[in-house]
Ligand binder design. Sequence first.
Ligand code: HEM
Length: 224
Amino acid sequence: MSLGTHLKSSIGEKTLMAVTGVFLLLFVIGHMLGNLQVFVGPEYLNAYAAKLQSLGPLLWAIRLFLLGTMAAHIWAAARVVRRSVSARPVKYAMQKDLATNFAAKTMMVSGCLILVFVVYHILHFTSGNIDPIGAFAKAHISEDIDVYGMVIASFQHLPTTIIYSVAMVLLCMHISHGASSLVQTLGLLSCSEKCRDKIGPALAGFLLIGNLSIPLSIYFGCIS
Ligand code: HEM
């Protein structure tokens, strides 16, 4: 079977979704650990951001890889959903969900909203097209970009803090089901179903606390 045919099979689509999910998860963990340097001090976060920028063509290669990974993840998810809808064109008269929960049932919705957030986030912190309080413009006055100043000023603005906090909750919901699911699809851990079902929520909780701590600590004045 060719790779193209395999990817369009039910197993192939699920495997592609799981493998791309692993890469996206690794990015989200790495990005959070980098951002948490905001708690250490401006010199650390700014030096980290400058180091990333200095990667030049490698940074662009990473960006393209991430973009391709996201596109493949969405493509595979759309095919899996389409397949399950066409497998059951007539709805059950009475639908009783046994082994599922809210996060699992809303994967498509949370995934689409996370995509909207990522576009907003890039227009906000990377390109500065969305700059409600002029924080991006101020941080880019000198050649040494003040990413720390930009992040602090941005989260002193209530609407921005609310948007990021809601997005982090949606991300947590998505990962809570997605991470457990990919462990099962890829057969990564030889543990019981009960243990596997706890991996996603645990990872999501860790990411929620780390990511939410940044906007909330800034908004409530713990970092200024
Ligand atoms: C509170 C949480 C977050 C904070 C404080 C944050 C902060 C930042 C900052 C400051 C930048 C710009 C870096 C620079 O200009 O050097 C950035 C870029 C980016 N962030 Fe976030 N981020 C957060 C959450 C997320 C999440 C959850 C995702 C993905 C789901 C994400 C995806 C990205 C992407 C794709 C970029 C563009 C990277 C590039 O190509 O330069 N971020 N983030």
